[in-house]
Write a protein that binds this ligand. Structure first.
Ligand SMILES: [Zn+2]
Ligand SMILES: [Zn+2]
Length: 256
């Protein structure tokens, strides 16, 4: 699987865009940044968007994406997948014909540009040869991590936003996880803010890595608040025993 980083920051600033990870051109994990980095042909190749949660920095690319594609709905169609709370929040608070049109009935009810699908943590969702497992994590709102598995080549885990958690680390034990994308939002000095908002600091990440039965070959760090990036990077460099890399926007990597 090839993973391209459309955005990876925990906020927005020049050169820093919110999280979105594109797998093999068609599968998107979170949608904080889409049409700012992909042209319309690449936007149309996306068929499925798995959302970790409904916070604005993870969904804000969707309204403009579907707006761009609505006239091409016969060839471009976007399915939005997540847990029931996340889909409910999108319907109620975003695509509610007030903040933005309800694109699940546009341009025509029978053939809309966008559809929703509620997924469960009880069984994986299969698409394009991948099995995608959702697992609840510990954030300020209902939130899910995703384990994306190619049965012959191994898996990628993306935590989305989370504070200290456990279920996803247990889930990893039954799978050959080659790469992990995990969030670190704040430096160690802001641990109280991290705890109250459901995020990690480098020292909290160190505790999470200790929970892993097996440390993946690659651990990629995302969701750094841009103003603390240098501070967080120097604190991450002091964590022993794991190969940590801060994700660069525009970069692609392979999970094999
Ligand atoms: Zn969040
Ligand atoms: Zn976030």
């Amino acid at each position: 699987m090839e993973v391209c980083v459309l955005g990876s920051a925990g906020s927005e600033a020049p050169g820093f865009n919110p999280p979105a990870f594109l797998i093999d051109d068609f599968l998107l994990l979170d949608a904080g940044t889409v049409s700012l980095t992909l042209d319309r042909v690449a936007q149309c190749r996306i068929t499925h968007i798995f959302l970790t949660h409904a916070h604005l920095d993870h969904i804000k690319g969707i309204p403009f994406l579907v707006d761009n594609l609505v006239s091409m709905h016969r060839t471009c169609h976007i399915r939005i997948l997540s847990g029931k709370e996340v889909i409910s929040d999108l319907k109620t608070h975003v695509f509610n014909n007030r903040i933005w049109p309800d694109f699940t009935v546009l341009p025509e009810k029978e053939n809309p540009v966008m559809t929703y699908e509620v997924i469960t943590t009880r069984r994986p969702y299969s698409i394009g040869g991948y099995h995608i497992h959702a697992t609840k994590v510990n954030h300020a709102v209902p939130a899910y991590a995703y384990l994306v598995e190619d049965p012959s080549k191994g898996a990628l885990v993306y935590t989305g936003d989370t504070g200290p958690t456990s279920a996803i680390w247990k889930k990893m034990r039954g799978h050959d996880v080659k790469a992990l994308i995990v969030e670190v939002s704040f430096p160690n000095e802001l641990i109280d803010l991290a705890n109250v908002s459901g995020h990690l600091t480098p020292s909290l990440l160190e505790g999470e890595i200790r929970k892993l039965a097996r440390v993946p070959e690659e651990i990629y760090i995302s969701h750094l608040k841009p103003q603390y990036r240098l501070q967080i990077e120097s604190q991450l460099a002091r964590i022993p025993g794991a190969h940590l890399q801060v994700l660069e926007e525009g970069a692609c990597f392979r999970v094999t």
